[in-house]
Design a protein around this ligand. Structure first.
Ligand code: ADP
Length: 744
């Protein structure tokens, strides 16, 4: 503390104290301030301060120290520092130093910030409160700045050092990493080489696999192709809104009867007939919406080869889409189910029919109920009718009994043969006729066994024929009686009739004794034979005389006599032939016909008879188609008469001028002669009876042609006696062919 010696002086006086003045005027910037808190008003300022700060004395005096040193109004740490120091100095009355004070209120533009060392020294009377403060300042800015710079430099150096160390460390680390990286790079390179090799191998394997996959794919494609083509379903793909045919399998082509030329054509061009059917609209819908469509048993009408046909098919339309999901084609798949559909339709029809029937049945049921009532009524009537019927049956039985009686009375035997078992039933008359007295009933075989050998075969054949064809059975035959062996003539007439099932089961008939009749016929035959024989003798002498007379007339050149006697001879010849016919009949009937068999050439014989006939008839040309010479063993005259008869009939029943053709044929040990004419012919109904005795066709034309109906009968008998056959074919108005054959 600066203690002033002159205590009694006023304050200003004190300041004007020479000592103080000396002190104050020292070349150190100093200020004197009053201790009036809080202003600390500046009372004096020395020159050094003014020089150092460049301030004007009048601006500083009476100013607040605080406001001079600090920016007025701002509470800064420097202001607080200053105020504290001031307060402290006043309280302690001691000198207080502020070592470093940043002064900011100096208007030095070159050096806006300056640091001062500020020394605050209170000036007081002894034991009194200080009244002044001497404020001494020293500019330490340069020192502070250099110190700051030094510090900054130090700091920078340190930071640099640290950064360097850090960088170094990083570098080291990086280096290590690099060397590691290099190593791993090396390793990587090696593994890359290995990898490369492996990759190459893999690529090769993959290529091989791919090749195999490709081959498989081709095979699969072919397989798919085959499947698509062989599958019994129609498959096709149609493209674009026009449905252009893109792919189509064989099954569908076959169904449509088209070929691959339709590929690329729009569907409606291929099948215009479906325009009016549902398919085009459905296809358009599937194409538009991309939603698949399928149907069972769809009916389609297609025109195949110009013919409209109905098909039933299960089919589906599936859209085929691109990556964006837009439909570009449609896959159509269809299977023919026509049979199934027809069967189902038929079933449906049947069911409908069934239900119709059911309804009808219901109706019928009602009717039945009514009918039932009616039936009850009818039943009563029936009861009456039954009584009536029983009456009738009784009558019928009595009628049958009467018939039986009549049959017996007429001397007729009656018989019944079961066509299958040949069980025989007969009446008493038959047993009597047969002379059968056996204990057990006569069997069919027993009855047949009694027929004489010459007729047995024929009878059996006729019975079999009647059973087979259901025709009439009428046969005459001789048989030995069972009791005395006497030969009797019997005629059996029967018919096989159908039972209620329509089967021929009832074969029955009657048998009568015609022995007397036959004997009468025999007598007649004998008479004809005798008469014919007696007629022949005068005819022979007539013929002889006529010939003698003719020879004489020739000698006398009597031409009339020659021709008249020639006609007589011809007529005699005709008459002889007629008489011979009758004679032959009687001989035949009495079984006296005899065959004088010899070997001769049949073709030669035919030729001779043709020549004879040609001489007699000049109005017909007889053409002979000769065959290879054929030898037969037969009665030459009788076979001759057969040939002659057939030729003369052909002439007789043909208009004059019509040709007659005669053919000769040898086949399988049989010689066959055929005589063909272009005459009137024979109606079909007469053909089977032409060879019967005395049978002549009934017609107007026939009345003009004379004849007895014995020629064909005799011819047939002769041929049959030679084990040959004779038959005729004819077409009325066109002509006939008569054939006969002989075993060679
Ligand atoms: P006829 O000639 O004496 O009447 P046939 O026994 O020779 O007797 O002939 C029997 C019948 O067969 C004849 O009446 C005739 O109706 C018919 N007939 C035979 N041959 C022929 C023929 N060639 N053409 C047409 N009818 C024939």
């Amino acid at each position: 503390m600066l203690t002033f010696a002159i205590a009694q002086q006023s304050r200003m006086d004190k300041l004007k104290n020479s000592f103080f003045q000396a002190y104050f005027r020292m070349p150190v910037p100093r200020l004197v301030v009053r201790t009036n808190f809080p202003e600390y008003t500046i009372m004096e300022v020395n020159n050094s301060y003014l020089e150092t700060t460049g301030a004007l004395k009048e601006n500083i005096l009476n100013q607040s120290l605080i406001n001079l040193f600090c920016n007025p109004g701002e509470v800064t740490p420097e202001r607080i520092k200053l105020e504290e120091a001031l307060t402290n100095s006043l309280q302690t009355n001691e000198q207080i130093n502020i070592e470093e004070f940043e002064i900011s209120s100096l208007n030095d533009e070159a050096d806006p910030v300056a640091w001062w060392q500020v020394e605050l020294m209170p000036v007081a009377e002894e034991a009194e409160q200080p009244a002044y403060l001497i404020v001494t300042t020293r500019n330490i800015t340069r020192h502070i700045l250099s110190q700051k710079e030094l510090h900054d430099a130090h700091h920078r150096e340190q930071t640099l050092h640290e950064e360097l160390a850090a960088t170094n460390e990083e570098l080291f680390a990086t280096n290590e990493e690099l060397s590691k990286t290099v190593e791993s790079l090396k390793e990587s390179q090696e593994s890359l080489v290995t990898l490369n090799k492996e990759l190459e191998q893999r690529v090769m394997r993959r290529a091989a696999e791919l090749f195999k996959v490709q081959t498989d794919l081709i095979a699969q494609h072919q397989l798919l192709d085959t499947i698509v083509n062989e599958v019994p379903a129609g498959i096709c793909v149609m493209e674009g809104p026009e449905m252009k045919m893109k792919t189509i399998n064989n099954a569908l082509l076959e169904l449509w009867n088209r070929d691959e030329s339709i590929i690329g054509l729009p569907l409606l061009e291929i099948l215009p007939e479906i325009k009016t059917q549902a398919f085009p609209e459905i296809l358009a819908e599937v194409y538009r919406t991309g939603i698949a469509y399928s149907r069972f048993e769809a009916e389609a009408e297609l025109v195949i080869d110009g013919v409209k046909q109905k098909f039933y098919r299960d089919y589906s339309y599936t859209p085929i889409k691109d990556a964006e999901g837009n439909t570009h084609s449609i896959l159509s798949l269809s299977i023919d189910v026509t049979e199934r559909a027809i069967a189902r339709l038929r079933e449906q029809e049947l069911m409908e029919e069934q239900s119709a029937i059911n309804e009808e049945l219901a109706a019928a049921n009602e009717e039945l109920a009514t009918t039932n009532e009616e039936l009850a009524a009818t039943n009563e009537e029936l009861n009456e009718s039954r009584d009536h019927l029983q009456q009738l049956i009784r009558e019928k039985e009595s009628a049958e009994a009467k018939l039986e009686l009549a049959i017996e009375a007429a001397g007729l035997g009656s018989w019944h043969i079961d066509p299958i078992t040949k069980d025989l039933h007969y009446n008493a008359v038959l047993a009597r006729l047969y002379g059968y007295e056996g204990q057990t009933p006569m069997t069919y075989d027993q009855a047949i066994g009694q027929i004489t050998e010459e007729h047995r075969e024929l009878v059996v054949k006729d019975i079999e024929q009647a059973i087979k064809d259901g025709g009439l059975y009428d046969v005459s035959f001789t048989q030995n009686r069972f009791d005395n062996g006497e030969v009797i003539w019997l005629r059996s007439v029967g018919r096989i009739s159908k039972d209620e099932l329509g089967k021929y089961t009832i074969f029955s008939g009657v048998v009568m004794d015609i022995t007397e009749q036959k004997k009468d016929e025999q007598r007649k035959n004998d008479f004809i034979g005798m008469v014919s024989h007696e007629l022949k003798t005068p005819l022979t002498s007539l013929n002889a005389y006529a010939q003698v007379l003719q020879a004489k007339a020739v000698k006398n050149e009597d031409t009339f006599g020659v021709s008249a006697l020639g006609k007589v001879t011809d007529q005699v010849k005709k008459m002889t032939t007629l008489i011979n016919g009758f004679l032959n009949i009687s001989r035949l009937e009495s079984g006296k016909i005899q065959l004088n068999k010899q070997h001769f050439n049949l073709d030669q014989l035919v030729k001779e008879y043709i020549e004879d006939a040609q001489i007699l008839s000049t109005h017909h040309k007889i053409i002979f188609e000769p065959c290879a010479p054929v030898k037969v063993f037969a009665d030459k005259d009788k076979i001759g008469s057969v040939i002659s008869n057939l030729i003369s009939n052909a002439i007789k029943y043909s208009p004059s001028g019509a040709d007659i053709e005669i053919l000769c044929d040898i086949k399988d040990d049989v010689a066959q002669i055929s005589v063909k004419d272009h005459g009137m012919g024979v109606p079909a109904k007469d053909l089977p009876r032409l060879f019967d005795r005395f049978y002549r066709v009934e017609s107007e034309a026939m009345h003009l042609i004379s004849g007895f109906g014995i020629g064909l009968y005799l011819s047939a008998e002769i041929v049959q006696h030679h084990n040959g056959k004779i038959w005729a074919e004819s077409e009325p108005g066109k002509g006939s062919v008569f054939h006969f054959s002989l075993p060679v």
